[in-house]
Design a protein around this ligand. Structure first.
Ligand SMILES: Cc1cc2nc3c(=O)[nH]c(=O)nc-3n(C[C@H](O)[C@H](O)[C@H](O)COP(=O)(O)OP(=O)(O)OC[C@H]3O[C@@H](n4cnc5c(N)ncnc54)[C@H](O)[C@@H]3O)c2cc1C
Length: 313
């Protein structure tokens, strides 16, 4: 029986691993298919504290992993295929083995929804982005397109006007879905322009994004549209399919936690983007990973009558 099993190897899972390992809980970390998580999709993180020159996403993953392993975390480079989270002994399955644990920390993150057009995957971090807070700064004085018509597209589009000279919101319908107040703000902002009834058919560029191929759905006209960056805000999908029916999810399928990262299932904690539809940052994921690991340590201590610092109860 293990003390702590952590599902996910992004900033949340690996920070939980560092804390659990330093508490001598010998955590097992299941990395899943995307070792290091979403940060490995970006070549440059400039907002993670402690790295004034910025840090590559893959470099960040390797540093997190080395730090966790230094204190005794064990990495298992497999995908978790099934979980049983009820009771005092939780079971976690991979294609080849079953592991039992007193606690489980879920850090399976989320996946930004992709447009699914040619050029998109290849140009991520080279003009294609899913995060204005992360990448807006790189487009200071430039022209960017925002894809989507909901609240996040308008909200993030307005945020981008702090940096970009021009923000064109491209939406496939003839009207926006966003709240009226956001629509009003966007329409009043001189930097914001709109293209309705329009879809992106292809994202084109060699080393970096050069232009988009757009199609007007009413006229069928196809045009090339020059932009420096494209921000895609058509939703995020939290990676929670494994947990349906076992722990409480909210209407957007994010795991419901309290401020101590407890789920409704005792001994099961969740951290990072899988429980956070709002901030979705490496540093917030790491912060909640720390909380989840401290809470798992406390849970085990309480269940086994071990001493635990009063100040942390
Ligand atoms: C292109 C891009 C650029 C970004 N840039 C920045 C930035 O500059 N600054 C910033 O702060 N944030 C940035 N972000 C956001 C940041 O990457 C995320 O907020 C952060 O990675 C969330 O961490 P997480 O650990 O919660 O989840 P994730 O990073 O999503 O990691 C999830 C982990 O769970 C694993 N997993 C999923 N399912 C399973 C399973 N069944 N079994 C085992 N493992 C599983 C995956 O393999 C992965 O390791 C960016 C995101 C993207 C997409």
């Amino acid at each position: 029986m293990h003390d702590v099993v952590i599902i996910g190897s992004g900033p949340a899972g690996l920070t939980a691993a560092i804390y659990a390992a330093r508490a001598n809980l010998n955590p097992l970390v299941f990395t899943g298919m995307e070792r290091g998580g979403q940060v490995t999709l970006t070549s440059d993180l400039e907002n993670y504290p402690g790295f004034p020159e910025g840090l590559g996403g893959f470099d960040m993953y390797q540093r997190f992993e080395q730090q966790a392993m230094r204190f005794g975390a064990e990495m298992i480079y497999e995908v978790v295929t099934k979980v049983e989270l009820q009771g005092d002994s939780k079971n976690v399955y991979t294609a080849s083995e079953t592991y039992s644990s007193k606690t489980v920390i879920i850090a399976t993150g989320s996946t930004p929804r992709r447009l699914g057009v040619s050029g998109e995957d290849r140009l991520i971090g080279k003009g294609v982005s899913y995060c204005a807070t992360c990448d807006g700064f790189f487009f200071t004085g430039k022209h960017v397109a925002v894809i989507g018509g909901g609240n996040s597209a308008l909200d993030e589009g307005l945020f981008l006007t702090r940096y970009a000279d021009k923000v064109t919101i491209i939406h496939r319908r003839d009207r926006l879905r966003a709240d009226a107040i956001l629509q009003e703000r966007a329409k009043k902002n001189k930097k914001v322009h709109f293209l309705f009834d329009t879809i992106v058919e292809e994202i084109i560029g060699e080393e970096s994004l050069n232009h988009l191929r757009l199609k007007n759905l009413k006229t069928e006209a196809v045009d090339s549209f020059q932009v420096d960056g494209v921000f895609i805000f058509i939703g995020h999908k939290p990676n929670t399919d494994l947990f349906v029916g076992q722990i409480d999810l909210d209407a957007g399928n994010y795991i419901v936690t309290d401020r101590r990262m407890h789920t409704n299932q005792s001994g099961v904690f969740a951290c990072g983007d899988v429980q956070d539809a709002i901030y979705r940052q490496a540093v917030t994921a790491a912060g909640t990973g720390c909380i989840a690991a401290i809470e798992a340590e406390k849970y085990i201590a309480e269940h086994e009558g071990r001493a635990y610092p009063e100040s942390r109860k």
